[in-house]
Ligand binder design. Structure first.
Ligand code: ATP
Ligand code: MG
Length: 652
C-alpha cells in the first residue's frame, strides 16, 4: 500500500480505522445503524482515490449517491474525484447498455409498459396487467428470465409463463428494456461476453457497496463479476435494515460473502448517532424478531430525552400536534432542516403537507408525491371545485370545472365535445351546465355520456346543500358517479411504488375533507399546499438556501439522520401495512425509522385511518407499553392534555 494520507483517518475508532485502511482482498462490514458504516465507505473511497487508484462505490438510492459524492467533493481534489465513480447499480447498468447496445431504449413510462403487457395478453391473468407486471418484476429480481422461468404444473403458472414470453417478445420487437431488465441484461452481458466484462472490470480496481442488505441476486452477480479479477470488494450493510425482501433482496449472498474464509470482517459496535433512550427503544423493537443474528452495540451518547409517545384520534390531529411541537422546537432555535417526519405510506404525507402549509412550516416532500396532483385525487378535487361556490363571485358550477370532468369517470364522451359545448353555449348566451340537456352530441356514445353526466350532476347539486362537511360532498361524488369502480379499473393509474393503492388515496381525501365545514374551506387548504410547493420550487430554482422539514417514507429515509424525528402513524393497517405478509420486514421498517433520530424521537399512533378504526401498532403493543398509553384525546370535548412522555421510564 502506498503511503496513506492521514487527512482521512481522524475521528475514527480502531475498527473503523482498520476498515478504512483495509487494503486488498474481500472484506465485509456488518454493523447496526449509526455505527459509521457510510463514514467508513466514504473515507475508504477517499483514501483509495487519493492514492491514485480508480474505484467504484455503489449505493442503493440516487439520493445516497448524490450525498456521498457531495461529501467526497468536499474532501478531494478534482483530479482525485475523477477516479471515483459513485453510482447506483441501475445507473451503472444504464451506462453499460447505452454504450454496448446501440438500439437500446429504456421503457420508463408505466402507461406504455401496461399497454405492452395488455398487448401480450396480461389482461387475462388474474389481477390484470398490473398484477402481471409486479409478478414479472419479482421474478426478474429473483434472477429469473422468461427463458429460465420454470412454471409448475398449475395452469395459472403456465398461463403466466406464456404471457411473460409474449410480453418480452413485444418489448424486444420495439427494442425496449424495462427497469428490471437493466440489471438482468448487464448480468447476462457480463456472463456471456468476457471482453465486455473485463473492459468494465478494468475501469475499477476497488469496489465498495453500501447498504448491500437490499441487493438482490442479479445485482450481486454484476458486482462480484466486476470484482472477480482483483477481488477487492467491500460489502457493507446491516441485515436488520433490510427492507426489500419483496423485491428479492438476497441476504444469503451477503452472509456467504462475509463467512468466506478469505473475507475480512469488520463489526462496528459503537453507535454514534442516537441517544441511549432512542437506541434502547429501537433495540427493544428489533429484538422482537427472534430470527435475527443480533449484533452487539454500545452507546456512545448520553441517555438524552425519553422517546415520546402520543396517541391521537386521526391523521389531522397527529399532523396538528406534530406541527405545534415543530413550531415550539423552531421557536427555541432549532432549524427546520434538523427535523423529519417519517411515515410508512405516501398517503400519510397528505395531512402533514396540508397542516404544515396552514402553519407556514416549510417542508420538502422527498417522495415523488404531490398527493393532490395524483389522477385519482385530482378528479375529486375537480368535482369540489365545480360544486363549491367561487370565493369571489359566490356562484358554483363554473364551466371550466365542468368541462374538466366530462370523462371523470370515463363516460365515453368524444374529445371534440368540450370545444363544441363552449361554442354552443356561447351562441346561446348560456352556461355549459344549462345546455347539457339539449346539446346536439356528435355521436350516440357522447349523447349517452352527456345524459349520464347531466343526471349525476343534478343529483350532486341536490345533495350538496344537505352535506355538513366537505367529506360528505366527496362521499356523494364517489357514490353518485361510481368513482371508486372507475379508479380501480383505470389503466392509466398504474405506478411503480410501494403504495399504489388508489382507493386509499381517495379515502384519504374524503377523511381530510371531513375536517372542513365546506368544500370551499377544504379547497383553500389544498391551495395553500400548492402555493407552498410552488414557492419552494421557485426558491430552489433561485438556489436559495432552504430551511425545511423533511417528509419522507421509511424506505426513502434509509441511511439518513436528523436531530429530531417524528415517527408517525404507528398503527395497525399503516405500520404494519394492511397488506403486509412479512411482518419482520415491517418491523425492520419501524426500526429504520426509529434509528434515523439523533436527539429526539416522537412516536405517534392514530385511532382512525381514513375509513378504518385502527389500534396502536403491534410493534408497540408487543413492547407491553400500550396499557400505559393515555386514551386518545377527544379534541372537541376535553381540554388539551400535555403530550405524554412514557417510554423513557419503561426502558430503564
Ligand atoms: P446507517 O446504518 O443508518 O446507514 P451508518 O452505520 O452508515 O448508519 P453513518 O451514517 O456513517 O452510520 O454514521 C452515523 C453518524 O455517526 C454520523 O453522523 C457520523 O458522522 C457519526 N460517526 C460515525 N463514526 C463516528 C466516530 N468514530 N466518531 C464520531 N462520530 C461518528
Ligand atoms: Mg449508512
Amino acid at each position: 500500500m502506498a503511503s496513506v494520507n492521514s487527512r482521512f483517518l481522524s475521528g475514527l475508532n480502531d475498527i473503523q480505522l482498520a476498515a478504512v485502511l483495509h487494503d486488498e482482498g474481500p472484506c465485509a462490514v456488518f454493523a447496526g445503524p449509526g455505527s459509521g458504516k457510510t463514514r467508513v465507505v466514504t473515507l475508504r473511497a477517499a483514501r483509495i482515490a487519493s492514492q491514485g487508484i480508480p474505484l467504484l462505490v455503489t449505493t442503493f438510492t440516487t439520493e445516497a449517491a448524490h450525498e456521498m459524492e457531495a461529501r467526497l467533493n468536499g474532501m478531494l481534489s478534482v483530479g482525485e474525484m475523477k477516479l471515483i465513480t459513485v453510482s447506483t447499480l441501475h445507473a451503472l447498468c444504464l451506462r453499460v447498455l447505452k454504450a454496448e447496445l446501440p438500439a437500446f431504449k429504456l421503457l420508463t413510462d408505466p402507461h406504455q409498459q401496461r399497454s405492452l403487457a395488455d398487448l401480450a395478453g396480461a389482461r387475462d391473468i388474474e389481477g390484470g396487467s398490473k398484477a402481471f407486471l409486479s409478478q414479472v418484476s419479482l421474478a426478474k429480481n429473483m434472477g429469473s428470465t422468461h427463458k429460465s422461468y420454470k412454471p409448475d404444473d398449475s395452469g395459472g403458472d403456465r398461463e403466466f409463463a406464456r404471457t411473460w414470453r409474449a410480453y418480452e417478445k413485444v418489448k424486444a420487437e420495439r427494442g425496449l428494456f424495462d427497469f428490471d431488465d437493466l440489471i438482468l441484461a448487464v448480468r447476462d452481458l457480463f456472463a456471456g461476453n468476457e471482453q465486455v466484462r473485463s473492459r468494465y472490470a478494468n475501469e475499477f480496481k476497488f469496489i465498495i457497496v453500501d447498504e448491500c442488505q437490499d441487493m438482490n441476486g442479479p445485482q450481486f452477480a454484476i458486482t462480484l463479476s466486476l470484482g472477480r479479477d482483483h477481488r477487492n470488494v467491500m460489502l457493507v450493510g446491516d441485515l436488520d435494515q433490510s427492507l426489500y425482501a419483496f423485491r428479492g433482496a438476497d441476504a444469503t449472498t451477503f452472509r456467504a460473502f462475509a463467512n468466506h474464509p478469505t473475507t475480512r470482517v469488520f463489526e462496528l459496535s459503537h453507535n454514534y448517532r442516537s441517544t441511549q433512550s432512542i437506541m434502547q427503544f429501537a433495540d427493544s423493537l428489533i429484538r422482537q424478531d427472534t430470527n435475527r443474528h443480533p449484533l452487539p452495540f454500545q452507546a456512545t451518547r448520553d441517555e438524552g430525552l425519553p422517546v415520546r409517545w402520543l396517541r391521537l384520534n386521526d391523521a389531522d390531529d397527529e399532523a396538528e400536534e406534530t406541527a405545534q411541537e415543530i413550531l415550539s422546537l423552531h421557536n427555541a432555535g432549532m432549524p427546520f432542516s434538523d427535523i423529519a417526519v417519517l411515515f410508512r405510506v405516501n398517503a400519510q404525507s397528505e395531512a402533514f403537507e396540508r397542516i404544515f402549509a396552514a402553519h407556514e412550516i416549510p417542508f420538502a416532500s422527498k417522495q415523488d408525491g404531490d398527493f393532490y396532483a395524483r389522477r385519482e385525487v385530482q378528479g375529486l378535487i375537480t368535482y369540489l371545485q365545480y360544486l363549491a361556490p367561487d370565493e369571489h363571485t359566490q356562484t358554483a358550477y363554473a364551466d371550466e370545472w365542468l368541462l374538466a370532468l366530462l370523462n371523470v369517470p370515463d363516460r365515453k364522451i368524444h374529445r371534440d365535445v368540450p370545444q363544441q359545448l363552449i361554442h354552443v353555449a356561447q351562441l346561446r348566451g348560456r352556461r355549459v351546465r344549462e345546455i347539457l340537456s339539449d346539446f346536439p352530441a356528435p355521436d350516440l356514445r357522447s349523447f349517452k355520456g352527456i345524459k349520464l353526466l347531466a343526471d349525476q350532476l343534478a343529483q350532486l347539486e341536490a345533495a350538496v346543500p344537505q352535506c355538513t362537511n366537505a367529506g360528505h360532498v366527496i362521499a356523494k361524488v364517489r357514490s353518485i358517479t361510481g368513482y371508486d369502480r372507475w379508479i380501480q379499473h383505470d389503466p392509466r393509474g398504474v405506478r411503480e411504488q410501494e403504495d399504489d393503492d388508489r382507493i386509499v388515496n381517495i379515502a384519504r381525501v374524503e377523511e381530510a375533507a371531513s375536517h372542513y365545514n365546506t368544500a370551499a374551506d377544504y379547497l383553500k387548504a389544498v391551495r395553500m399546499v400548492r402555493d407552498a410547493k410552488q414557492k419552494r420550487r421557485k426558491d430552489r430554482r433561485a438556489h436559495k438556501q432552504l430551511d425545511e422539514v423533511t417528509l419522507v417514507t421509511g424506505h426513502g429515509a434509509k441511511g439518513l439522520e436528523w436531530k429530531v424525528v417524528f415517527a408517525v402513524g404507528w398503527s395497525e393497517f399503516i405500520l404494519p401495512h394492511r397488506k403486509a405478509v412479512n411482518y419482520d420486514e415491517e418491523r425492520r421498517i419501524a426500526y429504520v425509522i426509529a434509528t434515523r433520530a439523533r436527539d429526539r424521537l416522537y412516536v405517534s399512533s392514530i385511532d382512525r385511518w381514513n375509513d378504518a378504526i385502527t389500534a396502536p401498532s403491534r410493534f408497540l403493543t408487543d413492547l407491553n407499553l400500550v396499557s400505559a398509553l393515555p386514551p386518545p384525546r377527544d379534541s372537541a370535548n376535553t381540554p388539551a392534555e400535555q403530550p405524554n412522555s412514557l417510554l423513557g421510564g419503561l426502558f430503564d
